[in-house]
Design a protein around this ligand. Structure first.
Ligand code: UD1
Ligand code: CA
Length: 462
């Protein structure tokens, strides 16, 4: 079998989105629409993907990077014209070429695979997806002859009143024989209601040549929904979200309130974990087994082990190892790394810091650019001063240490194993193992001072 290639049309602006960004970079469940389409194609075994860009090309390139090839359509003269701009890249491709739009995020790998299989099995010149909609308005209608063979497509705006009653539509997911596609494209005319070069005109051209046209009919019209405005984007988000949540539930994850939970497609969750309401898990996130996440928690591209608990917290590129806990209101920023059984409490921010096993940081603390050993206790309000306005510096705290409340650790500084920092200290020098460091003003008591002062104030009153 000749390997398949694909062309994704993504040069349009998507005016109805009312956005400064091109339509296809808007996300469904945290993944841009055009990336959903790319993934479905790759999973179906499509070998080369050419994305036709025009409006907002840089944004599309920023999303897809070098995972695809690009063709530029500088003027949007219609879908056939868009495909022609990919000709320089694919003209020598002898295999099948799928053509589809970048705004169909729900299109499944299975459907693409079925289309490719039918195309191959029938040695077709063109294989089309079609589907039947109760309300076909806006779509191109599929034209068939008396024997049921497909003979063309009519765009909504070009339909006769009878043709408007046709409910079988063109979802614009095509598979062409590569050479046939590039042979016919230059012959497409733009004498139609919109004055555009229509790709679906190729259907009639293939039929007129006596070429074989096969079709794949789907019963799930959701799959082919093209997203044109923000409300359709929201609806697609809901459909995709439900599918993902259902998958996790079937794998043994408890989803407490599906309506308030969003989980991206690249998230893995172990058995018997519980996801509480108002929680978003996105990016490449892994949650182990028997863990509880949420409520009100946002986790992005993080790794959480077994038996962990993240409660009303925010994790971004963080790691929580087995049995560790954070929250409420913990902020684990990139490269925060909690070793097993650490305890991170409320209003604690951790960035680029490894926290050793059984260490506890329970309240109101900032730990940045640091490493902390095991079994250490960090008191309330401890701050690592990691930044002098120009550079970042490292703080090292050993194992079995006690850092008293409201201490300020001015980096670079090292607090060695088994040492003690007195509450309220400003630490600017290393603390040797076994020592107590105290760095604060000495307390002075002025006997009777307040009694005298209060009496004086009292007599002032009247
Ligand atoms: C198209 C089909 C229609 C089908 C419908 C399904 C045509 C003429 N019509 O209509 O039969 O029912 O899809 O959703 O193809 N694009 C470009 N360059 C252009 C024009 C369009 O890249 O010059 C891209 C758009 O960004 C979009 C896609 O092609 O992603 C579809 O174009 P659009 O004009 O929206 O076609 P539809 O009206 O949806
Ligand atoms: Ca259009």
């Amino acid at each position: 079998m000749n390997k398949p290639a694909a062309i994704i049309l993504a040069a349009g602006q998507g005016t109805r989105m009312k956005s400064s960004l091109p339509k296809v970079v808007h996300s469904v469940c945290g993944v841009p629409m055009v990336e959903w389409v790319r993934r479905a194609l790759v999973e179906a075994g499509v070998e080369r993907i050419v994305v036709v860009v025009g409006h907002g090309a840089d944004h599309v390139r920023a999303v897809l990077g070098d995972s695809v090839e690009y063709a530029v359509q500088s003027e949007q003269l219609g879908t056939a014209h868009a495909v022609r701009s990919a000709e320089p890249v694919l003209k020598d491709w002898y295999g099948p070429v799928m053509v589809l739009a970048g705004d169909v995020p729900m299109l499944s790998t299975e459907t693409i695979s079925s289309i490719l299989k039918i195309h191959e099995g029938d040695s077709a010149a063109l294989t089309l997806a079609t589907c039947t909609l109760d309300d076909p308005s806006g779509y191109g209608r599929i034209l068939r002859n008396e024997s049921g063979a497909i003979i063309g497509n009519r765009e909504h705006k070009d339909c006769s009143p009878e043709q408007l009653n046709i409910k079988e539509i063109n979802p614009a997911v095509y598979c062409f024989s590569g050479p046939k596609l590039f042979e016919l494209l230059p012959q497409v005319k733009n004498n139609n209601a919109q004055g555009e070069y229509y790709l679906p005109d190729l259907i009639e051209m293939v039929a007129n040549q006596g070429g074989k046209i096969s079709s794949f009919t789907s019963n799930d019209p959701d799959e082919f929904r093209g997203i044109n405005d923000r409300w359709q984007l929201s609806q697609a988000g809901q459909i995709v979200r439900d599918r993902i949540l259902q998958q996790h539930a079937q794998n043994g994850v408890t989803i407490i309130d599906p309506g308030s939970i969003t989980i991206g497609p690249d998230v893995a969750i172990g058995q018997d974990s519980v996801i509480h309401p108002n929680t978003v898990l996105e990016g490449k996130t892994t949650i182990g087994a028997n863990s509880e996440i949420g409520p009100n928690t946002w986790v992005k591209s993080s790794t959480v082990g077994n038996r962990c608990r993240a409660f009303m917290s925010h994790l971004d590129q963080a790691t929580m190892e087995e049995g560790s806990r954070c929250g409420p209101f913990a902020n684990l920023r990139p490269q925060a790394h909690l070793k097993p059984s650490t305890k991170i409490g409320n209003f604690v921010e951790i960035k680029n810091a490894a926290i050793g096993p059984n260490t506890s940081i329970s309240h109101l603390t900032y730990i940045g650019d640091a490493s902390i050993g095991s079994n250490t206790n960090i008191g309330a309000g401890v701050i690592t001063c990691n930044y002098d306005g120009f550079h970042k510096f490292h703080t090292e705290i050993g194992s079995d240490c006690f850092v008293g409340s409201n201490s300020t650790l001015v980096a670079p500084v090292k607090i060695e194993d088994g040492s003690f920092v007195a509450a309220g200290s400003v630490i600017t020098k290393g603390v040797p193992s076994g020592a107590m460091a105290i760095g604060r003003g000495r307390q002075e008591n002025k006997e009777q001072w307040y009694t005298v002062w209060r009496a004086a104030k009292g007599s002032e009153k009247k």
